[in-house]
Design a protein around this ligand. Sequence first.
Ligand SMILES: Cc1ncc(COP(=O)(O)O)c(C=O)c1O
Length: 371
Amino acid sequence: MVKFLDLKKQYLGIKEEIDSAITRVIESGAFVGGSEVCAFEEEFAQYLDDRSNALKALGVANGTDALEIAIEALHLPKDSVVLVPANTFAASAEAVVRNGLKVQFVDCGEDYTLDLEDLRSKITPQTSAILVVHLYGQSAKIDEILEIARQKNLRVIEDCAQAHGARFNGQCVGRFGDIATFSFYPGKNLGAYGDGGAIVSCNAELLKHCEEIAHHGGLKKYEHRIVGRNSRLDNLQAAILRVKLRHLESWNIRRREVAKMYLEGLKDCESIVLPHIKDSCLCAWHLFVIRVKNRQAVMESLKKSDIEYGLHYPIALPNTPAYSNVPFIAESKCKNASLWQDEILSLPMGEHLSDLEVLEVIKAVKEAVCG
Ligand SMILES: Cc1ncc(COP(=O)(O)O)c(C=O)c1O
């Protein structure tokens, strides 16, 4: 079987390091708010921003909380509108709505990130922010987005849940907007053994405010300056993430090798649309997504060859029941996202894949598409 993701294999490759980190935390008896969390926050911020050291990180319970808290901390005007990609995981839009703000969906371009023409056309006086998702491991067109935001006085939130270690013009994503968020859901390029997330920002005040929100409204125990909530990265997850962070670059390099093999092996199939990677982007290849008109045949061929696959995402957010009733977005067409939801197909991707397995996937896809 060719697995889409193989976390057991990954664990066995770093077993000693992980086991010793887990034992260290259990023996310390400190499970919440311990030294592992502080160390991970520092190491993760340093990894993302080794040039200026200006970036700071805050561990939280998951990537959805990270987004919700980051948006809350920005204090966007009540009922204002946040631009969100139509093709992303639901959490990106939930975080906006849960903050009492409105979502306006923006279509995706050929690189599956925000389409700039559609983005520009959807800015109104009510727009307060752009939520940028670096989808599938590829950075969005962040330089142009920042310029649009500057001209229109909009805040920029980067959702980097799928882009740990992805770079735009040599700089890791998460460093560009006002604030950025990460998920450490187990299947991510950097994943915990449970839930986890982080908020990062170069604005120390803003990050402190996030900390207050995430820690019951105060920076010290029993001091509640504001009404907060509980969202913490725990010590065990932080210790595991510290180990895995040391391997992230080499895992991402292997992902790039796998992607290169797919791109080479499938390049002659005219009916397959391969990922379009911008020159400015060093992709983290969280997912390798192709587009095919006869997706059903390809899925059947993969199934027959015992190869796992995924759909990211089978229904674009504006077409889901959760968002179809929001009158404000009724006029939002998001043509590409709506069309492509029936064509996208995610092939197995990760450092767990051998060359032989990648070739097997290529063969099965080709058989279905080219006969
Ligand atoms: C783009 C994106 N944003 C946010 C999230 C939410 O992260 P979490 O599952 O850790 O809450 C995910 C997770 O899949 C994601 O892919």
